[in-house]
Design a protein around this ligand. Structure first.
Ligand code: DAK
Length: 253
């Protein structure tokens, strides 16, 4: 693929947006290639966890491609929007663990792509922001929805209204990233985390993810009800049988 690289290292897939000359901005080709890769990864039972990152030293993804966006007709804009939104949903709902390794600028659609992942690890040099306001638009790939869910409404409004960037430390402090690493350590550390998570059952992670994602939009009682069903379904899975059996046998022995 011309703009997105893919490698499989055992049970871990690494997807790298590779358009460093435009700070890995998401143009139509990148969106299409990412979409194809996410489908491929979703259908590969050997892959248990997925890392998404950006090529080069400077950027994770600096947002949607402003050059391309500026010239769209309304029809083209709508089509691109539909494809982009479908991609972000697909990333969010993969039945695998998804990790954003944020190696630099994660702005606009880039911050939104990182937020569609389950976990975000950042380089100490990373910068986050939703600068759409400066272009006369609002976030369009879920930023107005996922950012307040992650960091709270007040902080999300401040970022979205101001368009200001925040560094990795602040992103960690507000809960936008899970951990910060030295830039040269980031990928090695993220791979370590991804491999560890790849050792867990994908089906059970899928159940946990589904309970978390569906429950967050429900009242507590409905969410707990949903959880009870997902919990029950775990008992139809060999991971439960094997996990509990192993624990009990270890106790006996
Ligand atoms: N798009 C296109 N090109 C970009 C780009 C972007 N978002 N960001 C950077 N580049 C290009 C620059 O134009 C420059 O290209 P050349 O001039 O060398 O050809 C190259 O990358 C290097 O960038 P700079 O020279 O600007 O580098 P600096 O270190 O000076 O600055 C920066 C780095 C990240 C602060 C700056 O590049 C910057 O402010 N970039 C734009 C960031 C931004 O505003 N991002 C948000 C884009 S809006 C939608 C859904 C979602 C969205 C839209 C629609 N629908 C549902 C329809 C999302 C919108 C966005 O993401």
């Amino acid at each position: 693929m011309a703009n997105v690289d893919f490698v499989k290292e055992g049970a871990v897939a690494i997807i790298t947006v590779n358009r460093p000359q435009a700070l890995n901005a998401l143009n139509e080709e990148v969106i299409n290639e990412l979409d194809e890769l996410i489908t491929k990864v979703s259908c590969d039972p050997e892959i248990k966890s997925v890392i998404i990152t950006g090529a080069g030293e400077k950027a994770f993804v600096a947002g949607a491609d402003i050059k391309e966006m500026s010239e769209l007709t309304p029809e083209e804009g709508m089509a691109l929007s539909e494809r982009g939104q479908a991609l972000f949903y697909k990333v969010e709902n993969m039945k695998k663990v998804t990790i954003a390794a944020v190696n630099g600028f994660a702005l606009g659609g880039g911050c939104e792509l990182a937020m569609a992942c389950d976990i975000r690890y950042a380089s100490a040099k990373a910068k986050f922001g939703q600068p759409e306001i400066n272009l006369g638009i609002i976030p369009g790939y879920g930023g107005t929805q996922r950012l307040p869910r992650l960091i709270g409404m007040g902080r999300a409004k401040e970022l979205i209204f101001s368009g200001d960037m925040i560094g990795a430390e602040e992103a960690y402090r507000v809960g936008l990233v899970n951990q910060i690493y030295a830039p040269e350590e980031l990928m090695a550390k993220v791979k370590e985390k991804a491999e560890k998570l790849a050792g867990k059952s994908s089906e059970i992670i899928g159940q946990a993810k589904s309970a978390i994602h569906n429950g967050i939009d429900m009242d507590l009682a409905s969410g707990c009800n949903y959880e009870a069903r997902a919990f029950g379904l775990c008992f139809a899975n060999k991971a439960q049988k094997e996990g509990m059996k192993a624990f009990l046998e270890k106790k006996k022995g």
